[in-house]
Design a protein around this ligand. Sequence first.
Ligand SMILES: Nc1ncnc2c1ncn2[C@@H]1O[C@H](COP(=O)(O)OP(=O)(O)OP(=O)(O)O)[C@@H](O)[C@H]1O
Ligand SMILES: [Mg+2]
Length: 261
Amino acid sequence: MTDNNGPPGANRWPEGSLRATDVSRSFEGVHALQGVTLEIDRREVVGLIGPNGAGKTTLINVITGFDLPTSGKIVLDGEDVTRWRALRRARGGLARTFQHGHLFRSLTVRENIELAALGVGMGPREARQICGELLDALDLRARADVIAGTLAHGEEQKVGVARALASRPRYVLLDEPAAGLSEADIESFSALVRRVRDDFGAGLLLVDHNMAVIMDVCDRIHVLDQGRTLASGAPTEIRQNIDVAAAYLGSSGVEAEARDA
Ligand SMILES: Nc1ncnc2c1ncn2[C@@H]1O[C@H](COP(=O)(O)OP(=O)(O)OP(=O)(O)O)[C@@H](O)[C@H]1O
Ligand SMILES: [Mg+2]
């Protein structure tokens, strides 16, 4: 599949990996991250789980440049980007979504996607083109002129992903994209995550509390607790490990969610 006949951005980048090495971040005495090392390869989905306050969003912030680590290193396809600003990292292929939605609610779906492309430095023509490709690829064409603030929650999440993909990213970091979705929306969202991996060739980091989604779509899973890595491995290994993890995390953690999965 090539850029000409595949989905936008497909196979655009050579293989590589995104690596956070020994990353720590403290906020006035709160150790949000302590020596976390995590790697995401192109064409794989890495799940990032852990209880509230475990440091998941902080790790996404530090990897994408919305925050800087107190210590540690972020390497994007061999390049040390630890001190790069967020916009430079976005232009270099790192895209993210936000836990609490970040659409321009008074603008249309189309305008939201185009603005994301313009925001990383594309010209108007290229922004229009990638937007058109994404509207088709994500089945949003019929919703292009709808005001984002009126979208159903599932569609809103999908437009958030479309905005992330508008920068033609190598890696996409998704912060709780399935939160609040209906069963049906969760199913189509999982399919979308697989497509971003398989057709767009991106590496994904998926933060979610829904263990069914995590177990279903992730190639590897990384468990954080109180800023530290608790476990890391294939879904089957993590599932086997889950009783140990649950004992440690208690009811706020993966225990109940794992049982529901
Ligand atoms: N800007 C900040 N200032 C002070 N403390 C912060 C800041 N950002 C995060 N923290 C603290 O760092 C810890 C990790 O927070 P973080 O938001 O990364 O957790 P999380 O795993 O994303 O949780 P959730 O599942 O609730 O989204 C928490 O104790 C939080 O209060
Ligand atoms: Mg969070």
